[in-house]
Design a protein around this ligand. Structure first.
Ligand code: FAD
Length: 367
């Protein structure tokens, strides 16, 4: 690990992630005159945020952005951040900075330094055999808006590949396209109204996706990709009642044309064509930098927060200065409008926590 430099600035709010949640958190905090640092793994890695994965499909049900794809949304979010550059202001004779500094970087570790947070960040693209370039940033508060990674189906994976993108090259060819792998039935179900959808996953968990799919179609096949279906008797009973087919054979390869996925060949020789493909194998939260922190998570590893978006510890107490927003929040809908709303909540709460005056502690009027 190669150390470069410690950043001399102490930011008011550091935001980890620049998807809808992180961008909104930064804008809301800057609007309250805070000096904000946004660190975004997108420019230095393939971890570009979930919205980015809507590669050619237009995003639906998000504020005002008619006809915009994922990469276009990300571009618009960057432009929004850049429209709030850092400037100097004077309040009550005190000169300070406000606005947003945007940096590409992967936060590797979050360290408590007295009342401050240190963000140990890899700031260059990783190159094989070359050491990491590390920069350390200090902030008074942190908003975690780093989202999660979807788990992709194990079909035609290159086990020898070192990087996730190379490993899942065949899957990623089709991921996020209209006729390809979807990961969000609410987001992309409208593309397959009354069509035959394949849903890949196991256990009662996958039935959640099937329940969501019924808003669009009743032609559903569940694929377990070589694993036992693992569903409980009541769920299995419903699956049978609803005429949902289960195929437990292992999938050998995709059948596609360009970026369109048309069907799948199974190891037993069967070839089945579908109109739509959804994978629901769970998620991996982007919170590796919180290793060692006492924070409360749900069964999927998502962060539990209070009404102010402040992260709770295992005792249910808010962790001073630590907030979270967007997909990384337990119990929240994994959608863009929700991410914006949670981002605003966390950005404002982080900003409010830095005020010099608070309500008198014994004053009931604060209620
Ligand atoms: C294919 C697809 C289609 C979708 N379609 C829709 C739709 O039509 N409508 C809708 O409402 N929702 C849709 N969604 C869901 C939507 O994209 C997410 O709910 C939304 O992007 C969540 O926003 P977020 O800011 O919480 O996280 P993300 O958008 O995932 O952003 C996370 C950010 O954190 C960064 N990051 C991660 N780890 C680190 C780290 N260690 N250090 C620094 N930065 C880090 C990433 O680079 C990224 O900038 C779709 C999702 C997918 C995958």
């Amino acid at each position: 690990m190669q150390e470069t430099r410690e950043h001399p600035t102490i930011y008011d709010v550091a935001v980890i992630g620049a998807g809808p949640a992180g961008t909104q958190a930064a804008i809301s905090a800057a609007h309250q005159m805070r000096h904000v640092l946004v660190i975004d793994a997108g420019p230095v890695s393939q971890r570009k945020g979930r919205a980015y994965w809507s590669k050619s499909v237009e995003i639906e049900d998000a504020p005002v952005f008619t006809g915009i794809t994922g990469p276009q949304l990300i571009k618009a979010l960057r432009a929004w951040l850049k429209a709030h550059p850092v400037r100097e202001i004077t309040i009550a004779g005190e000169r300070r900075l406000t606005g947003i500094e945007y940096r590409g970087g992967m936060v590797l570790e979050l360290v408590r330094r007295d009342k401050l947070f240190e963000l140990v960040t890899s700031v260059e693209k990783l190159k094989e055999g070359e050491p990491l370039t590390i920069e350390r940033f200090l902030a008074r508060t942190v908003v975690v808006a780093s989202g999660f990674e979807d788990k992709w189906p194990d079909i035609e994976v290159d086990e020898s590949a070192k990087r996730l993108y190379e490993k899942y090259r065949a899957v990623f060819r089709y991921a996020g396209n209209a006729k390809g792998w979807h990961v969000c039935i609410r987001c992309d179900g409208h593309l397959h109204v009354d069509q035959h959808i394949a849903i890949l996953g196991v256990g009662d968990y996958v039935y959640g996706a099937a329940l969501g799919a019924q808003d669009f179609t009743d032609k559903i096949t569940i694929l377990t990709n070589g694993r036992p279906h693992g569903m409980s008797p009541p769920v299995l009973r419903q699956i049978q009642e609803r005429g949902i087919e289960i195929i437990e054979a292992k999938i050998k390869r995709h059948i596609g044309e360009g970026a369109d996925l048309l069907g799948l060949e199974f190891e037993d020789g069967r070839v089945v064509y579908f109109d739509g493909f959804l994978v629901d194998e769970g998620l991996e939260p982007n919170t590796q930098f919180l290793k060692g922190w006492d924070v409360q998570t749900d069964e999927e590893g998502l962060l539990v927060v209070n009404e102010d978006g402040q992260v709770l510890d295992s005792q249910g107490e808010p962790v001073p200065g630590l907030f979270a927003a967007g997909d990384i929040v337990a119990g929240a809908r994994k959608l863009i409008a929700t991410a914006f709303a949670l981002g605003q909540n966390a950005g404002l709460s982080a900003s409010d926590s830095l005020r010099k005056w608070h309500w008198p502690e014994d004053d009931e009027s604060q209620e």
